[in-house]
Each structure stands twice: as structure tokens, then as C-alpha cells.
Design a protein around this ligand. Structure first.
Ligand code: NAD
Length: 692
């Protein structure tokens, strides 16, 4: 039977009068596609006509997935707002059938229960879940620029109260069974193999449960106060860039002033207004790009050549800023780590960093206290060179940007390394091929470019040279997955993808500064566009000396040779946040006012001929144009990877979807025209990339 004609739902009588409806989509995960909803309607109609039915259990036939949500493609491909409303109404009509039965219905949840899947369960009389770690309940629509569109904003607050409902709706946070039970989202949590038996018990006993919707939820005055607070909070966290968060508040708070049916109508209206917004399109695009990247990186051919052994032991050379993050995260994911750094203080700081990180996790109940000690014990630091490294699966080099030093460390490692061990450099900008120039086994050399702070930043850029072997790539990918990183694989070249595009933006910001734009204006312009921090602040964060080095490494090749030299600043002790003296002033680690005198050192004359729009145009289009060049040259293999790299590694505003999606939103012609105008004004470096 072809997948198209295969049915997803089966209905059978489990015991006298108790029916079980099992969802098992022929594809990998259970999704509520239009076809599945049609099938669901047929089965519910059958049950409605069955006078002998005493109860219904809705369950999944998948091993680890209940329902992953509605099919995003089904929704985003609906052309008009009215048709989106119609689609929501149809789904709501089907869901209502659950609550119209005279007999109880139980959703028996094991595995991911997301979005439309969770909204379906809200229409059942009872929800019970397995207490397995795979079981997670969430309304993640907000992450796609949407709000729940199948009653979630109405039924959830009425069931579990405003505070928990807002948390779920506004953050998309996943609730494990224990937490779901605590807030009243589910009525019982049991081992997975007892789910069906427990569901039957609920049907037999029909317990009357006290729901948790609190006094606050039912009190008009309290609701007003919470609404104002929630709005303030949303503005603070989204900076007004994500309309879905405001629509969610409108749906929840206005919905509580009306009947459930009217509230659901309001929700459908608001949901439909979001589907075609730029923000939703961008976030859905990033979702698809991330899924595609996961598939591509796990290319079957490459993995087939890999021995499939889990990475168990790594070596980290350099216990500095990045080495500390890499070692801490690896140990947190169960990988043993040898660390080598001649500087005993650096080694001590690494252990302190790891200790504090795990302590925080214990405080947040993400780790048990014994695991804190266990994790620390997995890190073995030494001031001796490469002690223990003969046994590692991967060595990650994270010493400062010095080509000779990196080459030397690679040679020393090759002298003791196991036959199948790989060497990865965390360099930000040096070509990996240059590091591997004198290597005996260049096929085992690769770039693993982490971002700081390593534990938090989602991206890992894996840099592949012409010589890197497929199995070495597979091992690096495997390790990146173990660290739960979003991975893009890029071609080796100076600055790879991320550092290269970022360098173009930073260089443009420094040029603007030297032409007399005030520091604060440059930063504010890019923050208003949606970047988390401005480019000048960023240079201070990474270090002016580091920024200078990066710009020098990228050099002439990227037209960065005529950037005002930062050498002068470095020579006068301006290093950035790390020494409290940079483009900004610092006190006790806190950023204060801009250090405007620094502009004189760059030879700047105060100017009034700038506007924030012009600053954004220059900096942003330099970034976007370079991203297109990277795609043209095959540095990134597809537009999706370019977008993921920019958003997850560099803070490009997700609601624009990345530089490639930005071009689609604005229009290729328009971007090209703006670049040509900039070229007239500022020179050849703005010549549009051939891909434009
Ligand atoms: P860092 O200066 O904080 O740390 C470098 C460490 O290397 C120091 O502890 C030093 O003692 C140690 N070291 C020096 N010589 C050594 C040797 N022979 N053997 C072992 N250790 C030695 O540097 P960092 O900021 O952690 O950067 C490390 C690398 O990561 C650089 O290549 C940098 O470009 C890259 N990187 C940095 C960032 C960032 O934000 N800092 C981000 C991505 C990549």
C-alpha cells in the first residue's frame, strides 16, 4: 500500500465498551496533517453512533512520539487569511467531538506531545502521561511566529491557570510529565507500559478532579494586573520584534473575558493574521533549514565509512576562554576530557568555570548534586604537554590565534595520536589547510569552530579542507551532535563562513566610526534592526586585539585592507571589556558610556551626515553581500546553512530569517540596487555578489 493511501488511525475495541484509537502515521513522526484530521473525524463519528461505547482512549502507536504537532507545511501553504480561519474552524469542529461524547475520553501520552497534539488532548476528559524522559508536553507555536490555533490559548489557561499557561504559550517550553502533573496539565504520570491500564482505570472510575485554574485566573482585577506585567515582560524579552507574543496575550486575556466558543473564534482570527507575516515565514524557514541541515550532515555515504564508535574521550589544548567552555560542555554530555595548558592559573580557572557551571545547573535542578562531582571528575587537566592524549578520539586545539603554535601542537599530537584520532582546531579565522600544511595526516585535520559562550551558543561550524576524510567529518559531526549543537559544514577558507561575514560587518562599523559616526549611534542602529548587541560593543566583547587580528587575517582578500588600523588603540592599551578599557568605559565589569575620545585616535572628524538607516544599510548589506559570495564560492553549501550560521552563531535577527531570507523578503533587485548605490558612495567593496 502506498504511503498516500495508508491510514494513520486505527480504532479497535479493547475491552467491553472501551475503544482505543491509535495514531501511527506512516511517516517517521505523528503529525496532525489535514488527511489525519479527516480520518480522525470519521472515527469520532463512528464512535458517536456507537451507543455501547463506554470510553475512548487516544494513544500513539509510535515508540517515542505521541503527536509532534500540526503539519507546518499544511498551514503555511494556505494562501489567504480567510482560508486559514476556515482550516482552524474545521479542526476545532473535529476536536469539539471529543467533548460532546457522553462517555469519558482519555489521552494516553508517551513521547513528544506538541502543539496541535497537546491541543487535541485538552479536549479529552483526562490526560495521563508516561513518566519516561521522552515524554514532553509543549505549545511551541511561538517559536514559529505563531500562537496556538486549535484552542490552546483558551483551554489551557482555563485548565491550569494563567501563570503556567502563559509560561507555556509565551516560551514554548517543554514540560516533562512530572512538571505537567504538578501544574495540572495531566492527571496522572505512570510508567509507559501501564498507560493503557491506567487509562482504563480512569474510564471505569471517572474521578472528579479539581482543576488548578487559580483564583487569580478567575479574578478580573488580578487578570488586569497580570496582563500589564505580562505585556511589559514580553516587550522586554522580544523588544517588540515578535508580533505573535502580543497576539498570544490578546488571545489569552481577552479570551478569558468571553465564553470558550467566542474565545476560540478570537484565537482563530489572531492566529490567521500571523501565518503570512514576515516573522512567521522567517522562523518557519529556519525550522526547515535546521531540519534539512540535520539530514545533510548525517549524509549516509559519509556515515557508512565511519566506524560508528561514540566519542568517549577528547583532548582540549588550551585552557583559556574557549577551552574551558568546550571541556565543560563535553564533560556535561558524558565525555571524558584531558586538558593541556602550560599555564597553571588557566587550568585552575578552567576547573573553577566548570565547577560554577555545574553548580548553577544543580541550583536549577538540571543536575543532581552527585552529578556535579561526577562531571568535574571527568575533566583531567595537566600543565604537561598533551598528557594522556595518546588515547583520545578527538583533540580540539583552542590556543590563541598563532599559526606556528597551532601547527606545532598538531605535529606534537600526531607523534602520539591513535590511528583513528582526529585533530580539530577551534581557530576563528586561520585556514585549516594552513594549520595542516606540515601534517602527516591532513585527512584527519578539521575545523570545529565553537562560539562563545560555548555552553550556550547553539552553532558549531565544522570546517572541511580538500584533504579532510569523510570519516573524520562524520566523527566531528557525531561529536557535535553529542554536544547538541546545530551544525553547518563549510569549506575551508580564511574566516570560513561566520567569521568572514561578521568581519565585513565589523569592518564597516569601524569605517563608519572613523568617518565620525558616534559609537552609540552605530550600536543603536544595529540593535534597532534586531541584533542582540551592536558591532562596536561586540568588538569590545571579543577584544580589540582579537578583532584587529581577525581583520588582518582576512586582509586584502575581502577588501578589508583599508579598514582603519586598530593597532594604535591596542598599543595604547585599549583591549575592550577584558581590561575595562575599550570603545566603552567599564566599571566593575559593567559597561558604561562610550569612550568617545577613541574616535580621535582613529582620526575621526565629528560628522552629522549619518542616519541610523544609513548605518544599518552599510553594515548589514556588507554582511549580506558577503554571505551571498560565500554561497557563490561554495563556502556554505546552501542558503539554509548560511541563514542558520548567521542566526545561531552571530545573532542575526531570527525574525528576518538570516541573510538569504532577508534578500527574499526585501527583494533581490532592491538589495542589488542598494548595493550599487553604496558602491557609488563608498567604493568597490560594495559591488554586488554575482549571486545577486
Ligand atoms: P585564550 O587566550 O583565552 O586561551 C588560550 C589558552 O591557550 C591560554 O590559556 C594559554 O595559556 C593556552 N596556551 C598557550 N600556549 C599553549 C600551548 N603550547 N599548549 C597548550 N595551551 C597553550 O583564547 P580563546 O579566546 O580561548 O581562543 C582560543 C581559540 O579559539 C583561538 O584560536 C580563537 O580564535 C578561537 N575562538 C575564540 C572565540 C572567542 O570568543 N574568544 C570564539 C571562537 C573561536
Amino acid at each position: 500500500m502506498s504511503k498516500k493511501t495508508q491510514r494513520s488511525l486505527t480504532l479497535h475495541e479493547h475491552e467491553d465498551g472501551i475503544w482505543v484509537l491509535t495514531l501511527n502515521c506512516p511517516d517517521a513522526v505523528n503529525l496532525l496533517s489535514i488527511k489525519v484530521v479527516e480520518e480522525l473525524e470519521q472515527h469520532l463519528n463512528t464512535l458517536a453512533n456507537n451507543s455501547a461505547c463506554r470510553g475512548l482512549v487516544f494513544i500513539s502507536g509510535k515508540e517515542n512520539n505521541f503527536i509532534a504537532g500540526a503539519d507546518v507545511n499544511d498551514i503555511t501553504s494556505i494562501p489567504t487569511v480567510d482560508e486559514v480561519v476556515e482550516c482552524c474552524q474545521r479542526f476545532e469542529g473535529v476536536l469539539c467531538k471529543f467533548s460532546q461524547f457522553k462517555f469519558p475520553t482519555v489521552a494516553a501520552i508517551h513521547g513528544a506531545c506538541f502543539g496541535g497534539g497537546l491541543e487535541l488532548t485538552l479536549c479529552c476528559t483526562y490526560r495521563i502521561a508516561s513518566n519516561a524522559s521522552e515524554t514532553k508536553l509543549a505549545l511551541p507555536e511561538i517559536k514559529l511566529g505563531l500562537i496556538p490555533g486549535a484552542g490552546g490559548t483558551q483551554r489551557l489557561p482555563r485548565l491550569i491557570g494563567l501563570a503556567s499557561a502563559l509560561d507555556m504559550i509565551l516560551t514554548g517550553r517543554e514540560y516533562p510529565a512530572r512538571k505537567a502533573l504538578r501544574v495540572g496539565l495531566i492527571d496522572a504520570a505512570v510508567p509507559a507500559n501501564l498507560l493503557l491500564a491506567q487509562a482504563q482505570r480512569f474510564i471505569h472510575k471517572r474521578p472528579k478532579l479539581k482543576r488548578k485554574a487559580s483564583i487569580l485566573t478567575n479574578n478580573i482585577a488580578a487578570r488586569k494586573i497580570i496582563a500589564n506585567k505580562a505585556r511589559e515582560q514580553v516587550t522586554k524579552t522580544t523588544k517588540g520584534f515578535y508580533p505573535a507574543a502580543y497576539k498570544a496575550l490578546e488571545a489569552v486575556f481577552e479570551g478569558l473575558e468571553m465564553s470558550l466558543a467566542k474565545g476560540i473564534e478570537l484565537e482563530q482570527k489572531l492566529f490567521s493574521q500571523l501565518v503570512h507575516t514576515r516573522e512567521c515565514k522567517s522562523l518557519v524557514h529556519l525550522f526547515h533549514a535546521t531540519t534539512a541541515a540535520k539530514k545533510n550532515n548525517y549524509d549516509k555515504e559519509r556515515v557508512a565509512k565511519f566506524d560508528d564508535r561514540r566519542v568517549e574521550l577528547i583532548g582540549v589544548v588550551g585552557a583559556g576562554f574557549m577551552g574551558s567552555g568546550i571541556a565543560t560542555l563535553a564533560a556535561d554530555r558524558g565525555v571524558c576530557v584531558y586538558v593541556s595548558d602550560p599555564n597553571a592559573d588557566a587550568v585552575g580557572r578552567l576547573l573553577h568555570h566548570a565547577d560554577r557551571y555545574y553548580i548553577k545547573k544543580v541550583a536549577r535542578k538540571r543536575l543532581k548534586s552527585f552529578q556535579h562531582a561526577q562531571r568535574l571528575a571527568m575533566i583531567s587537566p595537566a600543565t604537561e604537554a598533551l598528557a594522556g592524549f595518546a588515547a583520545v578520539d578527538i583533540t580540539i586545539e583552542a590556543v590563541h590565534e598563532d599559526l606556528g603554535l597551532k601547527q606545532q601542537i598538531l605535529q606534537d599530537f600526531e607523534a602520539i595520536a591513535a590511528d583513528d584520532a582526529i585533530f580539530a582546531s577551534n581557530t576563528s579565522a586561520l585556514p585549516i589547510a594552513a594549520i595542516a600544511e606540515q601534517a602527516k595526516h591532513p585527512e584527519r585535520v578539521i575545523g570545529m569552530h565553537f562560539f562563545s559562550p560555548v555552553e550556550k551558543m547553539p552553532l558549531l561550524e565544522i570546517v572541511v579542507t580538500k584533504a579532510t576524510s569523510p570519516w573524520a567529518i562524520a566523527r566531528a559531526v557525531e561529536f557535535g551532535r553529542l554536544l547538541r549543537k546545530q551544525i553547518i559544514i563549510v569549506k575551508d577558507s580564511p574566516g570560513f563562513y561566520t567569521t568572514r561575514v561578521l568581519a565585513c560587518l565589523m569592518a564597516e562599523a569601524v569605517r563608519a566610526l572613523s568617518e565620525g559616526c558616534p559609537i552609540a549611534e552605530i550600536d543603536q542602529a544595529l540593535v534597532e534592526f534586531g541584533f542582540p548587541v551592536g558591532p562596536i560593543t561586540l568588538i569590545d566583547e571579543v577584544g580589540i586585539d582579537v578583532g584587529m587580528h581577525v581583520l588582518a587575517t582576512m586582509g586584502k582578500r575581502l577588501g578589508l585592507d583599508n579598514v582603519p588600523d586598530l593597532q594604535q588603540l591596542v598599543a595604547q592599551g585599549y583591549l575592550g571589556r577584558k581590561n575595562g578599557k575599550g570603545f566603552y568605559q567599564y566599571k566593575d565589569g559593567k559597561k558604561l558610556a562610550p569612550n568617545d575620545s577613541i574616535s580621535n585616535l582613529l582620526g575621526a572628524q565629528p560628522s552629522t551626515s549619518y542616519t541610523r538607516d544609513k548605518i544599518v544599510d552599510r553594515c548589514l548589506l556588507a554582511f549580506v553581500n558577503e554571505a551571498v559570495k560565500c554561497l557563490d564560492e561554495g563556502v556554505v553549501s546552501c542558503a539554509g546553512d548560511a541563514d542558520i550560521g548567521a542566526v545561531s552563531g552571530l545573532g542575526f535577527p531570527p525574525f528576518w530569517g538570516g541573510p538569504m531570507r532577508y534578500i527574499e523578503h526585501v527583494g533581490k533587485k532592491e538589495v542589488r540596487a542598494s548595493l550599487l548605490a553604496l558602491q557609488d558612495m563608498h567604493g568597490k567593496r560594495f559591488a554586488p555578489a554575482s549571486g545577486l
